[in-house]
Design a protein around this ligand. Structure first.
Ligand code: F6R
Ligand code: ZN
Length: 189
């Protein structure tokens, strides 16, 4: 037996959601990367293409695709609008459809939009401390409806993968718009 106590190598700040230490992978998605995701493409193309819409910091303790492991990530969606549509993530189904996920809101205000494989959508408000279960076979997207960054934690199976193609082809059947300063869901089909 090795009776030496190992020091932690990764840290999660539960107040602001920041992840630090080894094995943390950071990614960012800019306006330029969001072509085809917003309703108003001409509004999107007229914005600063380098502006960051969201960042993700994730701890990948396993090789992606490994069955039986978990991944842990923090998504930060910045406040903003593309036309009337709130800054949001691309949204995805898991490539292996039979994989679920937890989200929890650490900071900010927003909405989590869900869509099943038949295109039925529903949405839940995100507020500090709220916990959200994303069932298997359900696509999910975050939108920031507030004036500060929306910070959301996530934990998902390491073999889940991401299917963005279905979303680029079909889109979500509801969109979250800012109408007279208030978030409103609008059916698109
Ligand atoms: C992982 C997951 C989140 C998202 C992140 C970015 O399964 O749901 O970590 O990947 O919020 O959103 P997307 O992947 O839709 O660009
Ligand atoms: Zn996911």
């Amino acid at each position: 037996m090795n009776n030496h106590l190992e020091n932690p190598t990764q840290f999660f700040n539960s107040l602001n959601g920041s992840l630090s230490g080894g094995q943390i992978v950071h990614s960012k998605t800019c306006i330029a990367d969001m072509a085809g995701y917003y309703h108003n493409e001409s509004a999107r193309s007229s914005l600063d293409q380098a502006k960051i819409v969201y960042r993700v910091a994730a701890h990948f303790a396993e090789k992606p695709g490994t069955t039986g492991g978990l991944f842990f990530g923090i998504s930060t969606v910045f406040p903003g609008l593309v036309g009337q549509e709130y800054f949001m993530t691309k949204g995805h189904f898991h490539a292996i459809r039979n994989r679920s996920e937890y989200y929890w809101c650490i900071q900010g205000e927003g909405v989590l939009i869900f869509m099943d494989e038949d295109g039925n959508c529903y949405a839940e408000k995100l507020q500090q401390g709220s916990l959200h279960y994303i069932p298997r076979k359900v696509a999910h997207r975050l939108a920031n409806t507030g004036n500060e960054p929306l910070v959301v934690g996530a934990c998902w199976p390491s073999d889940a993968g991401h299917d963005y193609t279905t979303i680029t082809q079909l889109g979500f059947s509801i969109r979250l718009l800012n109408i007279d300063g208030q978030p409103q869901l609008q059916k698109v089909r």
